[in-house]
Design a protein around this ligand. Sequence first.
Ligand code: ATP
Length: 284
Amino acid sequence: MDKIYFPARAKINLSLDVLAKRPDGYHQVEMVMQSIELADMLTFTFRKGSEVLFTCSHLKVPSDDSNIIMKAVRRIREETGTNKGVSIHLEKRIPVAAGLAGGSTDAAAALLALNTLWDLGLSGDKLLEIGAELGADIPFCMKGGTCLARGKGEELTLLSPLRPMWVLLVVFPISVSTAEIYGHFRLMGLKGRPDTSAVIKALEKGDLPALKISCANVLESVTLERYPQIAKKKRDLLKKGFSGTLMTGSGPTLFYLSSERNEVERAVEALSLEEEEYIITRTI
Ligand code: ATP
């Protein structure tokens, strides 16, 4: 095989809870993660020689060695000792720094695709381990579907898959740094936590209303306080009856789920278009 096309899918957090701060500075989280169809498109082409070429035309994404894809390349080369060459092209479609795991999913795709392209023979577990060293969301991006993620986010349990849903993403033209939001997050007096076991039960029963009632994101209040335009858009959606609208990850993206495409389109029509962009996609 000398060419691999790889769609690297984005994720949303159906729920996000923080249980504790760990001695290593990371937070111990409990999240229900869901893959969505929105994806970056990556092309991996085998090259003779040892050169690794990376191209990406998106203004907000570094196209040098600091790109997380290049970190994944270095790590897999270190692990296996290979010095085979590759050209990698990234067509960025997932909004950047938006809480949709855009970088993590690209790194996950790079590990999976290079293992095949370079015929490295790394096991699925080894790839997950390497992924976890590079970023806590990377193992989930490799597995996909619907998962409970604990620890730093890398301890995964597959859950009953969410039946196919339409997803409205409300994307703001601001980049939110996960580190900034965790920096302002306080565990003391935490309110608005998700009921994770109820989320899991709702998934098992395929009960969307119950799912929406149990889901929450504890980072939401931190991000919404710092970015009032997101809080306003969420209020607008809730007031107009689009219940269960939630922020994904550390934000800023909001999402609304429905089993009907019409309803998601109604949500777009109901909102006054300001600076944000709307993307309609599906769970997968
Ligand atoms: P998460 O949901 O995992 O917290 P995110 O979706 O909020 O992540 P990313 O889109 O991964 O955030 O971008 C975070 C930062 O990483 C950006 O500042 C971006 O410049 C940098 N970056 C490095 N490599 C990539 C990549 N391949 N795709 C997107 N961003 C990248």
